[in-house]
Design a protein around this ligand. Structure first.
Ligand code: HSE
Length: 430
């Protein structure tokens, strides 16, 4: 029998326990696919006595997690602790320095320090694998790095956070409130430890930043991303979006624009029957435009134990059979500093929701501001009558520069009749 591929696992939460389960249950087929057995040698987590629903008795328990980096006789470390700093980051760095392969689900670490880690891995002849970091069980890293490697990628559109997609879907289907549905998602184990990472778009932005690096051959640059989450979306937005033929999705967009690259994570309206409009619940999706492949769509569960652990094990199988790739598909020294496009200069159609007092002259004032910013109205709806009270006014526009839209919103907000911050969302006609 060939030498087993020997691993240490750091972190035995939802994903770590899932990796153990898969390696135990599917050991036979995994061995055939990997060409040798994958053997867990050592595990480490904060709490030794917790019942995780898996038998850990035949593995060494390492009390001090960083010790795994130099643990005798290990080929690869699985890091499923998470976080861009602290134990997880230290372990990944120390393991690569020891020329150990690393398999991680840590999108925050890759988004912030991916370039430095890719350089370290190349220098040491180790591999940094992270299929589980983006879109859970959807093999989008393999697809972009390998399956689509023949193409120049023009754009990527992604629904990359299962919690947000679940919240938006459930709000639409049930009419329930944002906070109520968030609690349910957290209870189901989809959400990040800090819910702000999900609902403020940070988790999805980490993932988009990684995809953009692979797709465009650039250094991951999280700080250049424009990010907006879904906290402010309410049932009025969801109902009007549906009436206009759209769904609201937290959408990541990375695309080439006039020689630059645009990277934005924000809630958008997409047509109901479009590739992104049909993705509901905890499902993620990535829609790619390549110059020869055209427009493949990848979709599946983006969170949860089974899907995420499935991707970790897929990376282990690749490593066990000797498959080696640079972290972002090309040697780290070839990754370029991207020239990022200014989101203010992008041109889109917009959805605008205002809460304004129902009285004579309000629409005239609003439309004068839009006219002065050279914004052409496509549609305008105000229903109901509440003299002297706030009512929603929904406006959709023809194609407009973002900076003009933002300037108009600032001016509308200053009108006496406007009782809430105007809410603006891009309409992406995918
Ligand atoms: N919290 C993430 C999500 C899953 O809801 O999609 C892990 O990335």
């Amino acid at each position: 029998m060939s030498q087993p591929f020997r691993i240490g696992i750091a972190g035995l939460g939802t994903v770590g326990a899932g990796v153990v389960k898969i390696l135990q249950k599917n050991a036979e087929s995994i061995e055939k696919r990997a060409g040798r057995p994958i053997e867990i040698v050592a595990v480490s987590a904060r709490n030794k006595s917790r019942d995780r629903g898996v038998d850990l008795s035949s593995y060494d328990w390492v009390d001090h997690t960083p010790d795994l980096a130099a643990y005798e006789g290990i080929d690869a470390i699985v890091e499923v602790i998470g976080g861009s700093e602290g134990t997880a980051a230290d372990l990944v760095r120390a393991s690569l320095k020891n020329a150990r392969h690393v398999v991680t689900a840590n999108k925050a670490l890759l988004a912030h320090d991916g370039y430095e880690l890719a350089q370290l891995a190349d220098e040491k002849g180790a591999c940094l694998m992270y299929e589980a970091a983006v879109a859970g069980g959807v093999p989008i890293i393999k697809a972009l790095r390998e399956g689509l490697a023949a193409n120049e990628i023009k754009s990527i559109y992604g629904i990359l956070n299962g919690t947000c997609n679940y919240i938006l879907t459930t709000m639409r289907q049930t009419g329930r409130d944002f906070n109520d549905v968030l609690k349910e998602a957290q209870a189901a184990g989809y959400a990040e430890a800090d819910p702000a990472f999900d609902i403020d778009g940070i988790d999805a932005a980490h993932k988009l930043c990684i995809l953009a690096a692979i797709a465009f051959g650039v250094k991951p640059d999280f700080d250049s991303l424009t990010i907006e989450g879904i906290r402010h979306i309410n049932s009025t937005d969801i109902a009007y979006a549906t009436e206009f033929g759209y769904r609201i999705k937290l959408l990541g967009v990375a695309r080439r624009e006039n020689g630059k690259i645009l990277q934005v994570m924000e809630p958008c309206l997409v047509p109901i029957e479009s590739p992104m409009g049909i993705i509901d619940d905890v499902y993620n999706a990535v829609y790619v435009e390549g110059d020869f492949v055209e427009t493949p769509l990848f979709t599946g569960k983006g969170a949860g134990q089974g899907p995420t652990a499935s991707s970790v094990v897929a990376d282990l199988i690749d490593l066990a059979r000797g498959h080696r790739l640079p972290a972002f598909g090309i040697p780290a020294k070839e990754l370029k500093d991207a020239v990022w496009a200014d989101p203010g200069e992008t041109v889109n159609s917009y959805y605008l929701r205002l809460m304004v007092i129902d009285r004579a002259g309000v629409i005239a004032d609003v439309s004068a501001i839009l006219r002065d910013q050279n914004i052409s109205i496509e549609g305008l709806v105000q229903r109901g009558r509440a003299p002297g009270q706030p009512v929603p006014v929904i406006i959709t526009t023809h194609e407009t520069r973002h900076a003009d839209m933002a300037a108009a919103c600032d001016l509308i907000e200053k009108l006496d009749c406007c009782v809430e911050k105007p809410r603006l969302m891009v309409i992406e006609e995918l």
